[in-house]
Design a protein around this ligand. Structure first.
Ligand code: NAD
Ligand code: APR
Length: 247
């Protein structure tokens, strides 16, 4: 990949980099995306599995959908893009944060520490009765599951953000965007808000904005620069260029 025209001031020590990731980052680890050909929303009507109303209407069906996704997550490994982002956080002489829409644990396994899961995590459970959150690992959540805090049976749900619900840690995310020198969006179709609006907020705060995606996203015109390609190619190349500039 030819070098990206990064503004020279970004090579200074202390620059703050905020990275938004979507399902495309985990695609090469074998996890389905949502809106690509063969994506999850081709197989399921999201209004039947990813809304609070769906959970109230048919909890067993919603729980089974996420149990299947948990099983798909069981043996996946981070790919070269996850590894490169963890290396950037370790070696960049500035601040690096990842804000992910993904509910898989691949960023953590690759070693990223500064991480916000704005749509929750497949390995966590939430009690719809008392609000208790629990590390649930890869075990199934069933209508017979009980809440470790209040003991209620049949009200445990995946701790993920459904359509119509507010994503997590939004204040923290807005602060990160307001302080960013470089905003990079990787592997997201740019169709779901509020994540799709982050590039505009970062730009207005003075960040240089870059999209790395298999194909141009819906919001590609809002970025200063965009590169199409597979994340396992484009992300390691970008990280190598940033770190080379600081050597
Ligand atoms: P949105 O603005 O993308 O969707 C608006 C509405 O359109 C939603 O209520 C949804 O039911 C409907 N919709 C969108 N795409 C559709 C499709 N392909 N087929 C049928 N209906 C469709 O989302 P929102 O309601 O503003 O979501 C709020 C937050 O919840 C967002 O951050 C979103 O990313 C998040 N979310 C998380 C998951 C998950 O599985 N973790 C799933 C959906 C949404
Ligand atoms: N490398 C880079 N980009 C890729 C790759 C890859 N190997 N494979 C796919 N992509 C791109 C696709 O071109 C697409 O634009 O990743 C994007 C995936 O888009 P979506 O399937 O819409 O996933 P995402 O943007 O993460 O969805 C946002 O919607 O359903 C909700 O909460 C759910 O977090 C999800 C949110």
């Amino acid at each position: 990949m030819t070098d990206i025209p990064l503004p020279s001031e970004l090579q200074h020590a202390g620059s703050r980099i905020t990275i938004l990731t979507g399902a495309g980052l985990s695609a090469e680890s074998g996890l389905h995306t949502f809106r690509d050909r063969g994506g999850i929303w081709e197989k399921y009507d999201l209004t039947e599995v990813a809304t609070p109303e769906a959970f109230a209407r048919n909890p067993a069906f919603v729980l089974d959908f996420y149990n299947q996704r948990r099983r798909a997550n069981e043996d996946v490994k981070p790919n070269a893009a996850h590894e490169a982002l963890a290396q950037l956080e370790r070696e960049h002489d500035g601040v690096v944060w990842v804000v992910t829409q993904n509910i898989d644990p691949l960023h953590e396994i690759a070693g990223t520490k500064n991480l916000v899961h704005m749509h929750g995590e497949i390995t966590k459970a939430l009690c719809a009765e008392c609000g208790h959150r629990e590390d649930w690992g890869m075990a199934d959540i069933t209508p017979q599951s009980s809440c470790p805090a209040c003991g209620t049976i049949g009200r445990m749900r995946p701790d993920v953000v459904w359509f119509g619900e507010m994503p997590y840690r939004m204040e923290e995310i807005f602060d990160l965007l307001a302080q960013s020198d470089l905003f990079i969006s990787i592997g997201t179709s740019g169709t779901v808000y509020p994540a799709a609006g982050f590039v505009e907020i970062a730009r207005e705060a003075g960040a240089w904005t870059l999209e790395l995606n298999l194909e141009p996203s819906e919001g590609v015109s809002q970025f200063h620069h965009a590169v199409q390609g597979r994340a396992t190619q484009t992300v390691p190349a970008l990280v190598e260029q940033i770190l080379r500039g600081e050597a």
